[in-house]
Design a protein around this ligand. Sequence first.
Ligand code: CNA
Length: 293
Amino acid sequence: GSGPQSATKSVSRRSLASVARLVKLGRCKNVVVVAGAGISTASGIPDFRTPGTGLYANLEKYNIPYPEAIFNIDYFSNDPQPFFSLAKALYPGSHRPNYIHYFIRMLHHKGLLLRMYTQNIDGLEKLCGIPDDKLVEAHGSFSTASCHLCYTPYPAEEHAIMNDNIPICTFCAATVKPDVVFFGEDLPQKYFLHAEDFPKADLLIIMGTSLQIEPFSSLVNTVRSTVPRLLLNRHAVGPFEKVPLRRGDHMELGDLEDTVRRFAEMLGWNDEIKELMRSQETGVSSPLSIRPF
Ligand code: CNA
């Protein structure tokens, strides 16, 4: 066809190939990855904003007045139940990393990953073997917990969450909350590595995020203006919604796992990624034996 659709497609095809070419030429040795819930939908974890399947479209289950309430600290203080119901669905251990996670780990294996900044709280980055020093879990994780009022630290509350018991602080009797960052809470100290990393980046890959949440949406604008930015997502988001795209901006729209697989094929990494995945995923006997943290 010759409609606008096919024009966009052919442009984006070239985009993916031209970024792959830069990588193969050795021009991208400090890759920063910014990721969101869309990298984990292939692992069976719903994202927030996808119509139909996203958590925001399925909130009846959680009995909350508006979607963001589930991560609102004042709402939590008053009624922690909705958050704990969601936590049960997201809790690390019930899901496995997918091809996309292993692609990012391969970037690290190739010595190209400067840092991954994830908004996800599912722990799948760690589980696929991306080392701690390469990973910024900007919205925290379930690996530790603390009292939401007096901040007394507690170990992960897996048991309580899985058994629908709401954990209580032994000092002040307030609710103990996994150290997942809520709206209005500070991001972890590690997040501030971005001030060094983004100016150093020579390629930014943004994947599976709607870029609706600050400070992430602005963070992607802090790479140098000559640095290529590649968006892999179902639809254009953030600065990629503006036409024409900034020089050096590339996007490939469609299913993320398909796209990442094609990208890996262009790079000649597909077999190695499959092998890595096979070795990591079969070295494990049952989900209960996995200790991600
Ligand atoms: P979001 O707002 O739901 O956006 C997800 C984006 O990914 C959307 O633009 C989707 O179109 C896109 N997407 C989803 N699936 C695919 C796919 N298969 N192929 C291509 N694109 C796809 O989620 P964000 O991450 O942007 O929002 C930030 C919140 C969501 C963070 O604070 C997370 O903690 C929170 N969250 C995390 C998880 C998780 O840990 N897995 C799950 C749900 C929500």
